[in-house]
Design a protein around this ligand. Structure first.
Ligand code: CP
Length: 657
């Protein structure tokens, strides 16, 4: 390992309070040395690599300056678009390679959890310079350093954190740190950009801390001298807001101060810009973002507050504030050099030993069954590096008894699982609290399976735990007649078959797609291209179903999406998303073998093989014989459609295998 131990800083919680205090001590001495123009050789012989998959001014340049100031060297990929990442190299491969060229890697990445992945694969320490909307721990070191310098200490301070608290990664790291240092946090989200639940759950679990959320209007009322709104702590650890009951530097009180306590001061406003790059169009369009100017500092409770911002700013912070001594954001940015020097020096002080992580994560669930559940957060690294990253989850806490709560190991977002299964018995169940004990034992034996839908469970070869008697509603002749009806409808409706591509949803939809393509060819001598779309598991994937066919073209094509039955509409919705991610089709039409006639399903099929109205609690299962020549060794079977009443929940006290 050389001179640095494998001590990654992925989260601010990878540093203990004593570590942070030591880093500040070192930063003080480096700041004084920089003032005196001292040169240092503490990091002589070390090389730091900066890998920035997202733009940066402060973080990258101050890290690089810090390493130079310590006498070390820097190699930099400031624009990963100009690196082999643009050829598709994975993050894991990149950091493994760069780890052979450098002693330390600083990485910034747009995906949540990317720094954790980099740390797992790099042979050297990894410092997180911002990963998606998740964390930015070294920015928090700069923020805390300046806040402490301005206010003397951190414990007991009241900090209003304003703006985009949902996607602001600097905010999340700062909240974790302030909670541990015993500061009061007033969350002031603009536009409903609230602190995410996973952040709140973490501070509640680890620091027994609950922060208070107020609107900008409420904050203005408070700051303006109206005492009517009084905020009380919801955990003993947290002190009442806007009170002077708690002297600085002492342990927090065990109980809330009386409601009539006089309002006290705010110590800091921490402002953030709207993180537009993390939003979808709808989020970005909603409402207006706040604008902070000197008026906010004119009240008796705010006139001593410092104004902080991690920068860059857009238009949320007035330029007129820049000359005000309470505006400390440029000092935060300047602190980037001594603080990051101190972090590197602190790593050197570990003398090549690897420390225990202060917060040990709970063990991840091993999903033996395929497909493993996938994270629900589209920004999670596990959704983008699926070639090698197996999604990892641990058990979460859920207030919903009808869903099993899992927490993604990479991004911490919740996944609510409605259907669980046992890989040993190949049975699936609708989850409810009676199953929880069984689920825990299946986790222990590595046999838990989790499904997003009944269809996914069945596609994976699982049978329901219990179902009503089944009855055949279509035999092989009727299935063949329904396919012919579908092909005829398509030929009549689609004037230019040369512009049509047939896409079948794996697995029965794909088998039907091939049959329809053959029927259309027999009738018209036109053979439309045909592909399978796998929407289950990780990223949706297209597979051409024509020998030697080129990659699937979507742009300006008329796509006929084929599925056997629509149940909840989940499959078709995911397929539509996958299609639109691939390109802009001229039109998308939907063909289904069986239309159950559910008015609640949002997508109406254009082409229907047979209408079979069914009750919502009924399940229609299509079984198709594999195509000629396929599935050697498998029982051929016959086409058949059956109906049965849906899976039932486990009853109280009932045992399962
Ligand atoms: N505060 C911060 O992270 O700035 P950069 O994006 O310029 O690095």
């Amino acid at each position: 390992m050389g001179r640095l131990g494998k001590n990654d800083v992925v989260s601010i919680e990878d540093l203990m309070i004593a570590d942070i205090e030591r880093i500040f001590e070192l930063a003080d001495s480096f700041a004084a040395g920089l003032e005196r123009g001292e040169t240092l050789d503490r990091a002589h012989g070390l090389i730091m690599a900066t890998l920035f998959y997202e733009p940066s001014t402060r973080t990258r340049l101050s890290f690089e300056s810090a390493m130079h100031r310590l006498g070390g060297a820097v190699i930099s990929s400031a624009d990963m678009h100009a690196s082999s990442a643009s050829k598709g190299e994975t993050l894991a491969d990149t950091v493994r390679v760069v780890g052979a060229y450098a002693d330390l890697i600083v990485v910034r990445h747009p995906r949540d959890g990317a720094a954790r992945v980099a740390a797992e694969y790099a042979p050297c320490p990894v410092l997180n310079a911002g990963d998606g909307s998740r964390e930015h721990p070294t920015q928090t070191l700069c923020d805390l350093y300046i806040l402490r310098r301005k206010k003397g200490q951190l414990r007991g301070l009241t900090v209003a954190i304003c703006g985009d608290l949902k996607f602001g990664r600097t905010v999340h790291s700062l909240i974790y740190a302030l909670a541990r240092f015993g500061a009061n946090i007033v969350a002031v989200p603009y536009n409903g950009m609230n602190v995410p639940d996973y952040v709140l759950e973490r501070i509640a679990a680890e620091s027994k801390y609950g922060l208070s959320t107020v609107t900008m209007e409420e904050l203005r009322s408070l700051a303006g001298g109206i005492d009517a709104l009084y905020l009380t702590p919801n955990a003993p650890h947290q002190m009442a807001l806007f009170t002077s009951e708690v002297p600085r530097g002492v342990a927090p009180p065990a109980a809330a101060p009386p409601a009539a306590a006089p309002p006290a001061a705010l110590d800091a406003f921490y402002l953030t810009r709207l993180q537009r790059e993390r939003m979808n169009d709808q989020e970005g369009a909603a409402g207006t973002y706040g604008h902070f100017d000197v008026r906010a500092l004119k009240t008796s409770r705010t006139h001593e507050a410092v104004v902080m911002h991690p920068l860059p700013r857009t238009d949320e912070l007035a330029y007129e504030l820049d000359s005000d001594p309470r505006a400390v954001y440029f000092e935060q940015a300047a602190a980037g050099v001594p603080v990051r020097m101190a972090l590197i020096a602190w790593l050197l002080e570990q003398n090549g030993t690897e420390r225990m992580r202060p917060v040990a994560p709970a063990p991840a669930i091993r999903f033996k069954a395929h497909p493993a559940p996938r994270c629900s957060n589209p920004g999670c690294i596990s959704r983008h590096e699926g070639a090698y990253l197996v999604p990892r989850f641990r058990l979460g806490r859920s207030s919903d008894p009808s869903a099993l709560a899992l927490v993604c190991e990479f991004c911490e977002r919740d996944l609510k699982v409605e259907f669980v299964g046992n890989a040993r018995t190949h049975r699936y169940y609708r989850f409810d609290r009676n199953l929880y004990g069984y689920v825990r034992s299946w986790i222990e034996e590595g046999s838990l399976a989790a499904f997003e839908s009944v269809k996914q469970a069945e596609e994976s070869g699982y049978e329901p735990y219990r179902r009503g008697p089944q009855r055949e509603i279509m035999n092989a002749e009727e299935v063949a007649a329904a396919c012919r009806a579908l092909a005829t409808q398509m030929v009549a409706d689609l004037p230019d078959l040369a512009a049509v591509t047939i896409v079948g949803v794996v697995s029965h939809g794909a088998m039907l797609a091939m049959r329809l393509r053959d029927l259309i060819e027999a009738e018209t001598r036109v053979r439309p291209p045909c592909a399978a779309l796998d929407v289950f598991g990780g990223e949706a994937a297209f597979h051409p179903l024509d020998d030697g066919a080129a990659d699937l073209e979507v742009e300006d094509r008329t796509i006929v999406l084929v599925d056997d039955v629509i149940n909840s509409g989940w499959t078709v919705q995911r397929a539509m998303t996958a299609l639109w991610q691939r390109g802009r089709p001229a039109a998308v039409k939907l063909a289904v073998l069986i239309d159950r006639g559910h008015r609640a399903v949002p997508i109406r099929p254009n082409y229907v093989g047979k209408n079979i109205p069914t009750a919502r609690a009924e399940r229609v299962q299509v079984r198709l014989a594999p195509p000629q020549g396929a599935a050697a060794g498998r029982a051929k079977g016959q086409d058949r459609v059956v109906i049965y009443s849906m899976v039932e929940s486990l009853k109280e006290g009932e045992g399962v295998e």
